[in-house]
Write a new protein. Structure first.
Length: 251
C-alpha cells in the first residue's frame, strides 16, 4: 500500500482544508520547498501543529531539541549535506554497548522513508524517528554542523514569511519608443556571505529552502550511487553487512 503524504494526513486530521491544501501545492510548485514549510509560511498552520499532527498520525514521539543532551557520536554518523537535504538531525544513540543499538533521529518529515533506509544502510543501526519542528531541526544543524551560536542558530532557523509576488509597473510606450525610468536603480551590493565563502553561502541558502538551480557533480554522483545501492539491496545482490564490511577493509 502506498504511503500517505503530509497533505493527506493534514486533511484527515482536519488541520487544513482542501482549498488550503490546493493553494499550498500550487505555491510549492513555484518555490520547490517542502509542503509543510510552504503551509507554515502561508500561515495555514504552525510548526508545532504540523509536528503534532504527524506524530499522532504516525504514532511517533516528538522531541524538543532545545531540551535534549545531544550526543556528538550520533552527530558524526551523518553528513551535513544529507541532514540539510532531508531536514533531519541525529541526536542520540540508544543501547550503546549492546547488540541492539539504535540511532535516534529528529525529523521534520518522518514520512521520508528513503532517508531512513539510507541511514540504516550506511550506519548499520536501526533508526528510531522522532518528530520535531522545522526550526528546531535547522537550528540544530546550524549549531552542531556549522558551529553557529545557539542564539544565532535559532534566529536563522525561523521560517521566513511566504514570498510576495510584486508586479512591476509596465513601461510607458510612446509610439515605437519605450520610456525608461528617469533615475537608474543602484546595483545592490553583494552581502559579505556572497562575496567570500561561496560554499558556506550555498550551504545556508540550501538550508533555508533556496535550492540551487543545479546540483554539483559530486551531489549528482552521490544520489546515483545511493540509488544504485538501494536497487542492488532490493534485488539481493548486496547486503548491508557486506557493504559495511567492505568499508571497514577500505578504511
Amino acid at each position: 500500500m502506498a504511503r500517505k503524504r503530509i497533505g493527506e494526513l493534514l486533511l484527515e486530521r482536519g488541520a487544513i482544508s482542501k482549498e488550503q491544501l490546493e493553494s499550498g501545492l500550487a505555491a510549492q510548485k513555484r518555490t520547490r520547498q517542502r509542503l509543510g514549510v510552504t503551509l507554515i509560511q502561508q500561515g495555514v498552520l504552525s510548526e508545532i501543529q504540523l509536528a503534532q499532527v504527524l506524530a499522532q498520525s504516525l504514532s511517533l514521539s516528538t522531541v524538543d531539541l532545545n531540551q535534549v543532551q545531544v550526543d556528538w557520536s550520533a552527530v558524526h554518523m551523518l553528513r551535513t549535506r544529507f541532514c540539510e537535504t532531508h531536514e533531519l538531525f541525529p541526536f542520540a544513540i540508544d543501547g550503546k554497548g549492546t547488540a541492539n543499538k539504535r540511532l535516534l533521529v529528529a525529523m521534520s518529515d518522518p514520512l521520508n522513508q528513503a532517508a531512513t533506509e539510507e541511514i540504516e544502510f550506511t550506519t548499520g543501526l536501526t533508526v528510531t524517528a522522532y518528530v520535531s519542528t522545522h526550526s528546531q531541526v535547522r537550528a540544530a544543524i546550524l549549531r552542531y554542523y556549522h558551529k553557529a551560536s545557539p542564539a544565532d542558530a535559532a534566529a536563522r532557523a525561523r521560517p521566513a514569511p511566504a514570498p510576495v509576488a510584486v508586479e512591476e509597473d509596465p513601461p510607458m510606450v510612446m509610439g515605437e519608443e519605450i520610456v525608461s525610468q528617469l533615475s537608474p536603480v543602484a546595483e545592490e551590493a553583494p552581502s559579505p556571505a556572497k562575496k567570500k565563502g561561496g560554499s558556506v553561502a550555498k550551504d545556508l541558502d540550501f538550508l533555508f529552502g533556496e535550492r540551487p538551480d543545479e546540483d554539483s557533480e559530486v551531489e549528482k554522483m552521490e544520489r546515483r550511487f545511493w540509488a544504485l545501492l538501494r536497487i542492488m539491496q532490493r534485488k539481493g545482490l548486496i547486503t548491508r553487512d557486506e557493504f559495511l564490511a567492505e568499508l571497514e577493509r577500505e578504511s
